[in-house]
Design a protein around this ligand. Sequence first.
Ligand SMILES: Cc1cc2nc3c(=O)[nH]c(=O)nc-3n(C[C@H](O)[C@H](O)[C@H](O)COP(=O)(O)O)c2cc1C
Length: 170
Amino acid sequence: MDVAQAIRNRCSCRNYQDKPVEQDKLLAVLEAARQAPSAKNLQDWRFVVVTDRERKKQLAQAANNQTFLENAGAILIACSVSDHVMRCGQAVGPIDVAIALEHMCLQATELGLSTCWIGSFYPDRVRPIVGIPENVVIVELLALGYAADTPKEHRREPLERIVSFDRWQF
Ligand SMILES: Cc1cc2nc3c(=O)[nH]c(=O)nc-3n(C[C@H](O)[C@H](O)[C@H](O)COP(=O)(O)O)c2cc1C
């Protein structure tokens, strides 16, 4: 599968088979995160991979009761450990983590796995489940596993709605 195909095929999966992700595939997905670009090459990301059933259940509850998470083979807790801010004023952490997460999503797609970004969660409820210290920012969760159904086609704005050339023309 080439990159363009992986980009087209990736979609958010909210219905998983109750099936673990093989270790070699999990490592390949994590390696895709490790290869991501990052500001100043700070690699401001840490990932806690949760496969334990009871912890996944607790994470689903901490994620606003998104119960589909329980069946995902793994839930990745994506964290940032620095408070570095770029000259442009943007915090490095969430950006670095986001790039790494999408690398993982695309690698997962190529391997026949499905993913779902999870931003609807309560960090202070996630923290104690796996012992994440207070000074660490929990940026996102990511569900990873085998889809139990085929997700619907996703709607996207046309290019002319989101791009202008040479000057701001929206
Ligand atoms: C930052 C971010 C947070 C998201 N949080 C959630 C979430 O908490 N629960 C969920 O079901 N989907 C979540 N999504 C998935 C989006 O709803 C989804 O990407 C969007 O509807 C487009 O659909 P697609 O991913 O299938 O292309 C999130 C996506 C992003 C990028």
